[in-house]
Design a protein around this ligand. Structure first.
Ligand SMILES: Nc1ncnc2c1ncn2[C@@H]1O[C@H](COP(=O)(O)OP(=O)(O)OP(=O)(O)O)[C@@H](O)[C@H]1O
Ligand SMILES: [Mg+2]
Length: 263
């Protein structure tokens, strides 16, 4: 272990105390963060806290983050610092203990139909793909479209187009266990964007991939951001992966430690 300061937190978690790296400091000086005009903010958190009752872990403490429309933001930080917890709250997969999340200015806690919000306005990509193994690639991609009420013909056509757009037009009828891991993640990306969500959340999307597949997945995400204007929040451990985003939010022990634009 190179860092002798690695130690256990009181609740048994391990962390590496981090100061902003010299690179972060230079970035912040070169491109200080400008406030996003309110109309351009897609999602904002206000003093977000999450305490898990199991072990009374304070996973998030007073987290304020703001994601602009069309922004590509990476969230980094040591294992256990709360990255996945934050992403799950942003996507309404879990609820905060206190604080509020505003999506397009509306408080999520007041949402009349949170299932419709999840299905239509947010797309999710996970490290372990979360594909259904008994469904084909095309059927997996169609799943979110049921919520949108698309006809069977429209669903099938759209799934085909989406899989073609991620380079898998020749794998429509393969089941996930018969796809390579890189192909599985590309199916998951096609599924995540099938309802044209406003926000794409990706939790370590390259975590299970080799360098080549990781690069291809990053290229796809960059393409969705650059060419389709998609807002993306991506959790990652890899500095070179985070560098593909426009802004890096660094977390530590449940708090936002720093945020800096990439250069
Ligand atoms: N369901 C849960 N019940 C109790 N504690 C939890 C639960 N989920 C997460 N935690 C704890 O909350 C803290 C934050 O977890 P989280 O999964 O958000 O971390 P992370 O930054 O995503 O870590 P990693 O990089 O390892 O994925 C950790 O200490 C974790 O043990
Ligand atoms: Mg995580």
């Amino acid at each position: 272990m190179t860092n002798s300061t690695v130690g256990a937190l009181g609740d048994g978690r391990y962390h590496t105390p981090q100061r902003p790296s010299p690179r972060d400091v230079i970035r912040a000086q070169l491109r200080p963060e400008m406030p996003t005009p309110a109309a351009n903010v897609l999602i904002r958190t206000d003093r977000l806290c999450k305490t898990y009752p199991d072990g009374a872990v304070n996973a998030l403490i007073d987290v304020d983050v703001e994601i602009g429309r069309g922004e590509f933001v990476a969230i980094t930080g040591p294992s256990g610092c709360g990255k996945s917890t934050l992403l799950n709250l942003l996507g309404a997969l879990d609820t905060p203990t206190s604080g509020e999340i505003y999506f397009a200015g509306e408080p999520l806690s007041q949402s009349a139909d949170i299932d419709a919000f999840r299905a239509r306005r947010v797309g999710y990509i996970f490290q372990s793909f979360h594909l259904l193994p008994t469904l084909t690639a095309a059927e997996n991609v169609q799943l979110p479209m049921f919520e949108a009420g698309e006809s069977p013909t429209a669903r099938a056509r759209k799934a085909c187009e989406l899989l073609e757009s991620v380079g898998l037009g020749h794998r429509l009828h393969h089941h996930p266990p018969k796809l390579s891991v890189g192909e599985r993640q590309r199916v998951a990306i096609a599924r995540a964007i099938s309802n044209s969500p406003e926000l794409l959340l990706a939790d370590e999307p390259t975590g299970n991939l080799d360098t080549k597949n990781a690069f291809e997945v990053l290229e796809l995400l960059s393409h969705l951001h650059r060419d389709r204007g998609m807002t993306i929040v991506m959790v990652t451990h890899g500095p070179e992966i985070a560098d593909r985003a426009q802004r890096i939010v660094r977390m530590l022990d449940g708090r936002v430690e720093s945020t800096a634009a990439t250069v």
